[in-house]
Design a protein around this ligand. Structure first.
Ligand code: GMT
Length: 379
């Protein structure tokens, strides 16, 4: 198949899923064309089946807000026509699904009928999408897609709850490449971070409000009173500055390292003992899955799709959003005994294997075939 993928090219979860999916499809012999405004973060190598088409937006002085959606729609028309694509798969509804709809209508005037698959990732529904500013367009473009997927049952339910959706939504969960995300021997790094063999606690995110990163600091502050430990914070975003201040106020800065954005996050996860994700809402929790694949148990909130990943008392624990005391207690219970920690680590790895790329890739391929056949029969 010739597949066009539209995504955000950043480190965000939807961009990571789109890029890893595209790479795996290309490895499986499909021709994959990424169409976005910058080279996706994890697409930094050559493959004969991978192509990148950059969307450039005019910054004509009249535009206070450069019309990216129009530029994207035009580029989609161009790439679909020139490269003879079979299907378009857009990740994150805003503005990708509506740009794809527009491109589809324009292409129809050339006699080209291309099916569009939209994957809903989370905040495109739970936060931004349901805002009245975007809601009518998001509803319309989901309903006009030829196929719709969501990354968890919870996100599917939320979409039906908040939007007037007439389309069937297929749940296809996030996945993990177990070859990349596996335990790496990084003893020198472990020694540098925890010279006295302290436990290592980790959080990775984009430090947005929805991630409740300050809860991570407060949980750690309680844990470190009982368990000699260090805290690693990976990623960057608006709340990082408040987190740094909070560490100073709580006088724990000495034991907390802000590592910023990291490409090889699996290497840092490999030396870690516990991952904390206290998010306000999380449609799936890809970062938690990445941790589990590196044998790291997880303490998460019980919001969104997290109960579909984290098995309470087995792969870690789940507590109510904002319940810092419960999360700290559960963290201590996992970390205090070596044998107990080892068991949680094994369980986390076993669970992560259920989301291996090799299991999820064929599900996407089959979905494309279904959508293509259905749209051919309607043409
Ligand atoms: O986590 C983020 O805020 C980024 C966001 C995105 O769309 O880029 O991630 C969402 O999609 C990921 C991949 O499907 C999911 O694993 C994350 O749970 C989801 N984030 C939220 O729902 C907050």
């Amino acid at each position: 198949m010739k597949i066009g993928i539209v995504c955000y090219p950043t480190f965000g979860g939807s961009g990571v899923v789109a890029t890893e999916l595209g790479k795996a499809l290309a490895d499986n012999g499909h021709q994959v064309h990424f169409i976005t405004y910058r080279q996706p973060a994890r697409l930094d190598f050559f493959s004969e089946n991978l192509f990148y088409h950059e969307v450039s937006v005019s910054n004509y002085p009249l535009f206070d807000y450069p019309p990216y959606e129009l530029a994207l729609a035009s580029k989609l028309v161009d790439v679909v026509r020139f490269e003879k694509l079979d299907i378009l798969h857009v990740h994150y509804a805003i503005p990708h699904a509506s740009a794809a709809y527009m491109a589809k209508q324009i292409l129809a005037t050339y006699g080209i009928h291309i099916p569009v698959v939209t994957t809903l990732h989370g905040t495109d529904i739970t936060l931004v999408g349901k805002d009245p500013t975007y809601k009518p367009v998001v509803t319309f473009s989901i309903n006009q897609s030829d196929g719709v997927t969501a990354v968890s049952e919870n996100l599917k339910e939320d979409t039906y709850k908040h939007f007037d959706i007439t389309k069937e939504i297929r749940v296809i969960p996030n996945f993990i490449d177990m070859n990349r995300f596996s335990l790496k021997a990084k003893d020198h790094f472990k020694l540098a971070i925890s010279p006295n063999n302290e436990r290592i606690i980790i959080h990775t995110s984009n430090f947005r409000k929805v991630k409740r990163t300050q809860d991570v600091i407060r949980i750690y502050e309680k844990v470190q009173k009982q368990i000699p430990s260090k805290l690693l914070l990976v990623g960057d975003g608006p709340d990082r500055v408040y987190c740094e201040q909070l560490c100073r106020d709580l006088e724990i800065s000495e034991n907390v390292r802000f590592l910023g954005k990291q490409d090889a996050v699996e290497e840092i996860l490999s030396v870690s003992d516990l991952f904390i994700m206290p998010s306000e809402s999380e449609s799936f929790g890809l970062a938690a899955l990445e941790a589990m694949a590196c044998k790291v148990p997880v303490i998460t909130s019980n919001s969104g799709g997290l109960p579909e990943l984290n098995i309470n008392g087995v792969t870690g624990f789940m507590d109510n959003v904002g319940d810092i005391d419960a999360m700290a207690e559960h963290a201590i219970s996992i970390l205090k005994e070596d044998a107990q920690l080892a068991q949680f680590k094994e369980n986390a790895l076993k669970r992560a294997k259920e989301f291996d790329l090799s299991l999820i890739l064929p599900v996407y391929e089959q979905f494309y075939i279904e959508v293509l056949e259905k749209s051919k029969s309607l043409a």
